[in-house]
Ligand binder design. Structure first.
Ligand code: 3PY
Ligand code: MG
Length: 258
């Protein structure tokens, strides 16, 4: 059910472009999958996307080569288990600050003996129809990406990356800027230095570095790739709609409205 190509990109540090779903809309998910994103993350940390909403988004993207991810609400064994049970191809776990927290995220995502994920007939295994095959392959196929969004996480980056089963890390630029006392200043040198430290550590550890470019433009995306970031989320459904609406309205000149 889930394409493995995103996992391969993570393991091979290849550029892989996804985006973000801030709304619970399966329509947005379908349109964005159709437009060619390799992965889409349903944001269950912020906003109103509940796991039920994610399941419908996963159904909407299933005809396309697009892997549904969940950014879970928190580093919780049950949240991670439920996201994967509903068919997530991977989880993005927010606010992971230490190797112990990274190990908890990995363990939550893996069936025993590697971890503590529980077994159930669920959407991910065709409601039991593909149970055996799914359970045998899930640990190797599903992705675990942990978010680096604090000073503490940056300080601990080498030990976080050393945790077996962490497929990559993902910078949350806004929380990171907040943690450095410069909220919202995602281009501030302190944030750039932190990003460089994370990307250098990833290169050394052979793991993928990712980031969310919430308001993408050519320069930001090219810089991120040049800086070694490969697992990139560009924009989000809500921003795309707002941009399109503003562009449409901008075509109306003042004269036309008179
Ligand atoms: C952040 O910038 O903190 C994020 O989590 C973006 O997704
Ligand atoms: Mg964040």
């Amino acid at each position: 059910m889930v394409s493995t190509s995103v996992k391969a990109c993570l393991l091979e540090r290849k550029v892989c472009i996804g985006s973000w779903l801030q709304s619970a809309s399966p329509v947005m998910a379908e349109i964005m999958a159709r437009s060619g994103f390799s992965w889409l993350a349903a944001d269950c940390e912020h906003g109103d996307v509940a796991l039920e909403g994610f399941a419908n988004q996963a159904r909407a993207v299933s005809p396309f080569p697009c892997v549904p991810f969940v950014r879970v609400a928190e580093n919780s064994t049950i949240q991670i288990r439920r996201a994967l049970d509903l068919g997530a191809g991977g989880v993005i776990v927010p606010l992971v600050n230490t190797a112990e927290e990274a190990a908890k995220a990995v363990s939550s995502a893996k069936y025993p003996p590697a971890g503590v994920r529980g077994f159930a007939f669920q959407r991910a295994n065709g409601w039991g129809g593909d149970f055996d095959a799914y359970c045998l392959s899930a640990n190797g196929r599903l992705s675990v990406v942990v978010m680096i969004e604090s000073k503490e996480a940056v300080a601990n980056i080498d030990s976080i990356l050393a945790v077996k089963g962490v497929d990559g890390v993902f910078i949350g630029p806004y929380d990171l800027s907040g943690s450095y006392g410069i909220p919202g200043q995602t281009s501030h040198p302190m944030v750039s230095d932190a990003c460089r430290k994370v990307s250098d550590a990833c290169a050394k550890a052979g793991k993928s570095a990712g980031m969310h470019i919430v308001l993408p433009d050519n320069a930001k995306v090219e810089k991120a790739i040049a800086d070694g970031f490969t697992f990139l989320a560009l924009g989000m459904d809500t921003v795309f709609v707002a941009d399109g609406a503003a562009r449409a309205l901008a075509t109306i000149s003042r004269g036309t409205m008179r």
